[in-house]
Design a protein around this ligand. Sequence first.
Ligand SMILES: Cc1ncc(COP(=O)(O)O)c(C=O)c1O
Length: 388
Amino acid sequence: MSWIAKRMNRIGTESAFEILAMARELERRGKKIIHLEVGEPDFDTPQHIVEAGVRALREGYTHYTTARGLYELRGAIANRIKERYGVDVSPDWEVIPMPGAKPCLFAAIMVTINEGEEVIIPNPAYPVYRSVVEFVGGKVVDVELKEENKFRMTYEDVERKITERTKMIVVNTPHNPCGSVMDERDIKALVELAERKNILILSDEIYSEITYDKNHYSFLQVDGIENVIMVDGFSKTYAMTGWRLGYAVGPREVIDKMVKLQINMTTCPAAFVQKAGIAALNGPKEPINKMVDEYRSRREVVYKKLREIEEFSVVKPEGAFYIFPNVKKLGVDSKELVMKLLKEAGVALLHGTAFGKKGEGYIRISYANSISNLEKGISRIKKFIEKV
Ligand SMILES: Cc1ncc(COP(=O)(O)O)c(C=O)c1O
């Protein structure tokens, strides 16, 4: 007899952390590994944010806050949304900070999806969407992101998958793992479709500040939070992965229930972290611009170097810090390739299938690493491929 509940058979995992663990083990045994697997900024949190966190600790922000979080933080989130997208959300009822974007995604799905209801999800995609929908008994309906569309999710692809049981469409722009950015046309058409059919959109916009060719267009910009739950956070924009802070905005009914879930799970994000979040939102934009400029330079290097590998075909990413080369010409299973590259070439990256079945034949490289490491890593990949 196992102690484990049956529902645990339905929850997935994030392969990035498994590959990271393997890479760390190899390093412990003396092997030098270049890390291109984890989606985490390599920059330190900007100093003014760190100072605000430390100051908050000294000032006694060491207690619970309400489950909705500090009002000042909700206000700063609402202001930033107004400033960026021209949309009003009520800091009283339509905003919730949680310990990361991940808990926001979990809670949003948990409080809205009944057993058997269908949730449309891009494939490949961040693995947590599928995992949580299946965990709560929902049915995942995949929409393939196609290389010939530059991995953009299109209105037509989604529309074909709508049934009477569709409850939610999950979207992610800029996209992990493909680095794609959705077209405004598709975003508008999807929101209109959602309103017509009474469907919720769960929009993961965690990479909203990391775009290279044009400003981010949010799902909120079409019609506010009418049918949209929008998730964003601090991990990527402000290099704050370890602080654990993210937020969701959405219809009051949904946010109220997410608050109830937060009461049952974490009570609130850490109080001093919330204060640091306020400093991040209200503080200078230069540190973000500097990081994005650096990612942009790295994108150029990575794109150019990968194109020199004859067996690869590459779409130039438009946002986030990932690139998703097609390696089908090599004729090997992408997980097998990733394992070999880790053990034999000393480069850690992820197989496309870590993001869904449609990721077969692709690998994901995270360019949240220095240009010299990226150059070294891609040279190692190239040499390995030439050798075999
Ligand atoms: C698409 C996407 N959503 C959400 C997250 C989770 O972010 P957080 O650190 O805020 O939980 C990640 C992290 O990799 C991500 O890539």
